[in-house]
Structures are given as structure tokens and as C-alpha cells.
Design a binder for this molecule. Structure first.
Ligand SMILES: [Zn+2]
Length: 67
């Protein structure tokens, strides 16, 4: 993915990502990550952290099975 940052206009060849919490009003919260421009640090995108979600699912299943 090579594109220009819409904020500072520099060509992005790498991204920084940062862990954040994504929560909803009813109290559920997820680990999420944002993708940031390495030059101006603007957030270019975000998603639920796939590794944290996997860990949460494995833990939930293990708990159900009482491992
Ligand atoms: Zn930028």
C-alpha cells in the first residue's frame, strides 16, 4: 500500500500502529489498533486488534470448557 497521507501529503511507505480501546455505550470494550502516518501521526484507519480478539476468544472457550 503506497499512498499519500491525506493530512501532510507525504508518501507513506510504512505505518505506525497504536493500541487503543474501542468501547460501546453498554460497556463492551475491545482492543483495537489505529494506523498512523509516521510523519504527522494522523490516524489513517483503525480496526479491532486481530491478535487480542483471538486471545479473547481462546480464553472464553477455555473458560467454558473449564480447562
Ligand atoms: Zn501525514
Amino acid at each position: 500500500m503506497a499512498g499519500k497521507c491525506p493530512h501532510c501529503g507525504k508518501i507513506i511507505t510504512s505505518l505506525r500502529f497504536k493500541s487503543v480501546d474501542a468501547s460501546e455505550p453498554f460497556g463492551l470494550s475491545w482492543k483495537a489498533i489505529t494506523y498512523n502516518c509516521p510523519f504527522c501521526n494522523s490516524v489513517l484507519g483503525c480496526q479491532i486488534d486481530p491478535i487480542a480478539v483471538k486471545t479473547d476468544i481462546v480464553n472464553a472457550i477455555a473458560k467454558k470448557l473449564s480447562i
